[in-house]
Design a protein around this ligand. Structure first.
Ligand code: OGA
Ligand code: NI
Length: 340
């Protein structure tokens, strides 16, 4: 397998990474003046009705953007910086050291791959990545690399912290929806937690390539650490917003399941990663996933005459099949589950 991170810096972009003009980013509108929501999770006034203002901010951001960043979220800076560093170190290891992890077998709990695409076309993404199961830790830790030396310890700590933050956020979201605060605590969020550790080396011509094509995430909710290098863009109206890195912040976005459970109130929004010519970028996406046999449907508590269900009931594993068949296209995949 060819890894981008094993190559000496290319002078020009090899053919197989060059997207046809209609998939390139150059003509897209980038909405520089839109304020992407940043939510401070520390404190937060509680009003006379016991309503915490953070919940209001999350709901507002969630309805308008489907995306927001959180700061003062309680995860120590060191946990995040150690994790980003150990991931960078992994990709910097010699090719021979990494070769044992290469695999196309998605059933593996830990694998290294490069440049695969969602859309089954031949053009390859400008991205190397690790895809791993991170929780329950004791079930998967033996599949994690022993090098870099502290990889396992750092990943364990990061996993625990990020899962805790995900529970906190899901409780706030449930409250914001008027549901029991533990609504998402069971099968909706207790499938095996997965991580995508994305590594985008510098690219000689970012106008020709993509780190990740536009897609929506297929599960419940994603918590992304993106270090200090920008590259993530979220769809907004007729254009795209650059999600500017804030040191130690997490970018939160809703997956398809949260959109369906909220009957479309909280949208799963398309996003993509663009490349740059200057500096490598590493991002860590933690994916909170329902149990495979979890029953998904719009929450009954949210439905009424004015808000009839937009989606049918299904088992999460059926969704995953449809997602692959629809090549991750937002509208195509939702079409399978729409009621009309
Ligand atoms: C993902 C993803 C964005 C990024 O892994 O699903 O959208 O910035 N990553 O790397
Ligand atoms: Ni994504």
């Amino acid at each position: 397998m060819e890894l981008l991170s094993n190559q000496p810096m290319y002078q020009t972009v090899p053919e197989k990474y060059i997207f046809p003009p209609e998939k390139r980013v150059v003509n897209d509108i980038i909405l520089h003046s839109v304020n992407f929501p940043v939510i401070d999770l520390r404190g937060g006034r509680v009003d006379a009705e016991g309503w915490c203002e953070i919940i209001g901010e999350i709901m507002k951001a969630g309805k308008e953007f489907g995306f927001f960043q959180v700061i003062n979220h309680g995860i120590p800076e060191k946990t995040i910086s150690d994790m980003l560093q150990v991931c960078d170190e992994f990709f910097k290891m010699p090719a021979e050291e990494k070769a044992q992890y290469y695999s196309n077998d998605l059933s593996k709990p830990f694998l290294l791959n490069s440049s695969t695409t969602y859309d089954k076309s031949e053009t390859r993404y400008w991205r190397d990545y690790l895809r791993l199961v991170c929780y329950p830790i004791e079930e998967v830790i033996d599949s994690w690399p022993e090098k870099p030396e502290n990889f396992r310890a750092v990943l364990s700590e990061y996993t625990l912290q990020v899962r805790e933050l995900s529970s906190k956020l899901l409780k706030l979201i449930a409250e914001g929806l008027g549901l029991d605060k533990d609504y998402f605590g069971g099968d909706f969020s207790t499938g095996k937690t997965q991580m995508n550790i994305n590594h985008y080396p510098p690219c000689p011509d970012p106008s020709l390539t993509m780190g990740l094509l536009p897609h929506c995430d297929r599960h419940l909710i994603t918590l992304l650490a993106q270090g200090t290098v920008s590259g993530l863009q979220a769809r907004y109206m007729e254009g795209w917003i650059n999600v500017e890195p804030i040191p130690n912040a997490f970018v939160i976005n809703f997956g398809h399941q949260l959109e369906i459970i909220t009957n479309g109130l909280l949208k799963s929004v398309e996003h993509r990663a663009v490349t740059n010519s200057a500096i490598a970028r590493t991002s860590i996406a933690t994916l909170i996933i329902p149990k495979t046999d979890c029953l998904i449907a719009p929450a009954k508590e949210l439905l009424n005459e004015n808000n009839p269900p937009k989606y049918k009931e299904f088992i999460f594993s059926e969704f995953i099949k449809a997602y692959s068949a629809a090549s991750a296209s937002r509208e195509d995949v939702l079409e399978f589950f729409k009621l009309n």
